[in-house]
Design a protein around this ligand. Structure first.
Ligand SMILES: *Cc1c(COP(=O)(O)O)cnc(C)c1O
Length: 348
């Protein structure tokens, strides 16, 4: 979801952006008016996340999946080695992609719990000569979130935050690189945000495609080529909305309230079973099953009839998943819980 106020503003500005006589979709990315849009978007993101000056913000294309390759291409060159924690499907893909570029080791996996739990690691699990450690902070498909930030010492920690970015404050200084596809919590598809500590750039493998070289993108101020202009504009509107509603601290409070509505209900009954272990539940993706595949199907079909849509779990795991990203209002979650109660009473 995107905030309705953002969609309305984009609609109002669709054919004539602030007296420019054209849509943002039509502008040259090198025009003065677009330059102001992209600069403001970056500045607002920096304010929201309190991104320190020694970090670059890159506004790129290609989705989070392109970063599965870009991260090793840019960072593994230091020692040729990297360590990965696999806590779900996307981190597994990231790990498999990275293996093409060096000595990549799986240091912990949640596969033995079918990814219901976040694996725990300590400094001893990390190779001292790893160039970086990679995690996926929030596991969209399984509904788990890291309940700790792994202590990697001086080794940069790289995090895929596609499905939790801007959902609560994070200490950016704990990470070497944060990346996120924008389409879950920030903007329409097409934009990928990369936040990278400056000293980690400039060491890309010689085979790195120019477009994936963080240093090239940073020097070009995200305009080495045409950036995803319209998605950046909408992201900027979302950043303004977040700033005007209390920033990430306020957002965390609301998101915790929304998630608690669902988890408290799930824990209070036995018709549904929560997917994620209580120690590491996601604020953004709440997974559950009835234990009966036919009943799960019926749940999704009946929910859709009353306007509760997109509740089907990821095709790889089945069951249900309520994605309650920033723009989902509390009332939306309350409506879902009411429906769940009714469905349970009728089908128990
Ligand atoms: C959706 C998602 C991806 C894939 O993103 P694309 O932008 O489609 O490549 C990767 N990681 C996480 C955590 C996701 O939620």
């Amino acid at each position: 979801m995107l905030p309705v106020s953002v969609l309305e503003r984009a609609a109002a500005e669709m054919t004539d952006y602030q007296g420019s006589g054209m849509s943002v979709m039509e502008m040259s990315h090198r025009s003065k008016v677009y330059d102001a849009i992209i600069k403001k978007a970056e500045a607002d993101l920096r304010t929201l996340m309190q991104i320190p000056d020694n970090y670059k913000v890159l506004l790129l294309q290609g989705g989070a999946s392109t970063q599965f390759a870009a991260v090793p291409l840019n960072l593994i060159g230091k020692t040729g080695k990297a360590d990965y924690i696999v806590s779900g499907q996307f981190s597994k893909k990231a790990y498999q992609e990275a293996k093409k570029y060096g000595d990549v080791r799986l240091i912990a996996s949640g596969e033995d719990t079918n990814f219901a739990k976040i694996p725990e690691i300590t400094r001893d699990d990390i190779r001292p000569d790893a160039s970086y450690v990679h995690i996926c902070y929030n596991n969209t498909i399984f509904g788990t979130k890291f309940n700790y930030i792994p202590d990697t010492g001086d080794i940069p920690l790289v995090a895929d935050m596609s499905s939790c970015i801007l959902s609560e404050p994070v200490d950016v200084t704990k990470f070497g690189v944060i990346y996120a596809g924008a389409q879950k919590n920030m903007a329409p598809a097409g934009l990928t945000v990369v936040i990278i500590r400056e000293d980690l750039m400039g060491n890309a493998l010689p085979c790195t495609p120019t477009m994936l070289d963080y240093k090239v993108q940073a020097e070009g101020e995200s305009m080495y080529n045409t950036p995803p202009c319209y998605a950046i504009y909408v992201a900027g509107l979302v950043y303004e909305w977040l700033l005007s509603t209390g920033g990430l601290a306020a957002r965390k409070e609301i998101n915790e309230k929304k998630a608690a509505l669902l988890y408290d209900y799930l824990d209070s009954q036995s018709f549904y079973k929560a997917g994620a272990d209580a120690s590491c539940r996601s604020l953004m993706n709440v997974t559950f099953v009835t234990g009966d595949e036919e009943l799960d199907k019926k749940f999704c079909a009946e929910a859709a009839k009353v306007g509760l849509i997109s509740l089907k779990g990821h095709r790889s795991v089945g069951g249900m998943r309520a994605s309650i990203y920033n723009a989902m209002p509390v009332e939306g979650v309350e409506a879902l819980v009411e429906f769940m109660k009714k469905f349970a009473a009728e089908n128990a």
